[in-house]
Ligand binder design. Structure first.
Ligand SMILES: C[S@@+](CC[C@H](N)C(=O)[O-])C[C@H]1O[C@@H](n2cnc3c(N)ncnc32)[C@H](O)[C@@H]1O
Length: 287
């Protein structure tokens, strides 16, 4: 779906920029297969403007030959168009709810598979691994953490984060019902802290595009927070269907506190477990 451009001549500058944005999105799609047409309009527009500015282009149209002919520009473009903002135990109430409402039900599984979609630089998936460790589940769990941003994925694989964030993460961990000392889970030097390898070895990081890729395995829990907010309703619906198909019968979906419920209500694929933290259970009747 194209961004609707103004038609009045009075808005000529805006109109031309809008046409340029549509042409750039089409070039990105046709050349590389990345489809951003169904992302929320205002936010994708801002990010394309920021991409052009970062490379000191006067016009968005200047990005078009670059994305068509420069192979190396793709990774940087995807990184700029995605919003990799994240933190450890972000919105602690969600982790507390997962700890109390979901993990006790997962204990009955001999082997667990979990998909964290839109993992960004990894802070969220390492938080989840800590939660599983404290519930005695990590040893039997395989977590798949996926994203389209390869630069963020590499950072996630390293599991090294700035020490300046530690105090905040420690507070979040405690608010999420942390059972040990947060310092049990990392080693530090002057500038960075590194997540323990024992947590890391249960996580596989992979490139996966929620817009175009399919299901890759059956999982008992899907965690996908602060990703659907960037999609329009049609794309949200597609992704919810993907989660529904990926989930085992009675599997859980956690979307966190920032998503709109509109798509999920109409989708009728899930039953509500915790409205505030948007935790759902797969509705088996529709499988
Ligand atoms: C705001 S971050 C959320 C990170 C983490 N889930 C959290 O809540 O802290 C959004 C992430 O979604 C990823 N993303 C955006 N579009 C995607 C897509 N089509 N498929 C997979 N990941 C996508 C971005 O690359 C980015 O890392």
């Amino acid at each position: 779906m194209e961004i609707k451009c103004p038609t009045s001549n009075l808005q000529d500058k805006l109109r031309i920029e809008c046409i340029e944005i549509n042409l750039f999105l089409e070039a990105l799609y046709q050349r590389h297969g990345y489809d951003f047409h169904h992302y929320a309009k205002a936010s994708i527009k801002r990010r394309i403007q920021a991409l052009a500015k970062a490379y000191e282009y006067t016009n968005i149209a200047d990005l078009i030959p670059r994305i068509l002919h420069d192979e190396t520009f793709l990774t940087a473009t995807i990184a700029r168009l995605s919003v990799p903002v994240t933190e450890m135990f972000r919105d602690p109430s969600v982790f507390k709810a997962l700890r109390e409402l979901v993990l006790p039900h997962l204990c009955s599984y001999h082997r667990l598979q979990i998909w964290q979609a839109g993992c960004s630089t990894g802070e969220e998936v390492y938080s989840l691994a800590i939660l599983l460790e404290e519930a005695g589940l990590l040893k039997r769990t395989q977590i798949y953490a996926t994203d389209i941003n390869d630069i963020a994925l590499h950072q996630a694989e390293d599991g090294i984060f700035p020490i300046a964030q530690l105090k905040r993460y420690e507070r979040n961990y405690m608010a999420a019902g942390g059972k040990r000392k947060f310092s049990d889970y990392y080693i530090t030097n002057e500038k960075f802290f590194r997540i323990n390898q024992d947590l890391r070895k249960h996580i596989v990081f992979a490139h996966h595009n929620l817009v175009s890729d399919g299901v890759f395995c059956e999982v008992q829990l899907v965690l996908c927070r602060n990703v659907l907010i960037y999609f329009d309703t049609n794309l949200q619906r597609r992704v919810l269907n993907l989660f529904h198909t990926s989930l085992a019968r009675q599997g859980y979906l956690c979307l966190g506190t920032h998503e709109s419920l509109r798509a999920i209500e109409t989708a009728n694929l899930f039953k509500i477990v915790d409205f505030k933290n948007m935790i759902f259970r797969n509705n088996c009747e529709t499988i």
